[in-house]
Design a protein around this ligand. Structure first.
Ligand code: ZN
Length: 280
């Protein structure tokens, strides 16, 4: 299933995309794409519905693909080829950092370049959406706790991230720096999360063209690993790191300016398109 949320900010209706690409209203069945509705039992109930019996929704703004996200956890330097372009070594254990959940927006919403920013950068990432509370889970069982996957854009301000002291959170948490969606694609549709093409373009020019194949710490390992330190809850999102081709790795480095258009996508998970604008 491709689950989504459609409507203006704060008024999104839960929906699913049917086989013909029509958006079907799920609000008669669940209050949102969140919490219990994305548990294994909740997803089984949604899968049992014939989409043709659901009212059709007109295409409009698409919201973030999941609501009620309590934690937005990111994995840093998780692609061997991206670590190399930043000049960093692949870390001996996953580097984790948090992105404020207030950064979450819809996949095609405008992204705001924060005041004082000169180094706003892009990162296409595979997002993992948790569907069931995970604590101390093994790598072998970890995917049982995953509801599905989405495209995640880990927008990053490099000066805030690395030149302003401390760790990375303030360069990752600016308002609108977390587009997720368009869909939460349930895991049954993704045969192998470690073999998905990932790409990103700026103003039509390809910048990132990689694969989750070069991810160092894969999805099952990361879910298990994180669950040793904290419980993961339904609706939590893990952004699993980016392949090479970010602006800071270019010679000379290249960053986003107001008016730039970024498009990104992952095989089977849909695409996003954002216009960057100054946060006045
Ligand atoms: Zn990232």
């Amino acid at each position: 299933m491709k689950l989504m949320r459609v409507g203006e900010i704060g008024q999104e209706k839960p929906a699913m995309l049917d086989a013909d690409g029509k958006i079907r209203d799920l609000s008669g069945h669940v209050s949102d794409i969140a919490g219990a509705s994305i548990s294994p039992e909740g997803l089984a109930k949604l899968a049992a519905i014939d989409p043709k019996t659901l009212p059709e929704l007109q295409p409009g703004r698409i919201g973030a693909c999941v609501a009620g996200t309590g934690k937005f956890i990111c994995i840093g330097l998780n692609f061997s080829d991206h670590a190399a372009e930043t000049g960093a070594a692949v870390p001996p254990e996953p580097v984790i950092f948090m992105k404020a959940t207030s950064a979450i927006v819809g996949p095609n919403d405008n992204v705001l370049i924060p005041r004082g920013s000169e180094k706003t950068d892009w990162e296409v990432e595979l997002g993992v959406v948790i569907g069931k509370t995970a604590k101390y889970v093994s790598e072998a069982d970890a995917l049982d706790y995953v509801a599905g996957y989405c495209v995640s854009h880990d927008v990053s301000e490099r000066a805030f991230q690395t030149e302003r002291a401390g760790q990375w959170t303030k360069g990752k948490s600016c308002d609108t720096f977390g587009p997720i969606g368009p869909w939460l694609v349930t895991k049954d549709e993704i045969a192998d999360p470690q073999n998905l093409g990932m790409w990103l373009k700026v103003n039509g020019e390809t910048m990132q063209n990689g694969s989750s194949k070069t991810m160092v710490y894969g999805v099952a390992f990361v879910v298990s690993y994180l669950s040793q330190f904290m419980s993961l809850y339904p609706g939590d999102v893990i952004s699993t790191g980016t392949p090479p081709g970010v602006g800071m790795g270019m010679k000379p480095p290249r960053f986003l300016r107001a008016g730039d258009v970024v498009e990104l996508g992952i095989e089977g998970l849909g695409t996003q398109k954002q216009t960057f604008q100054a946060d006045l």
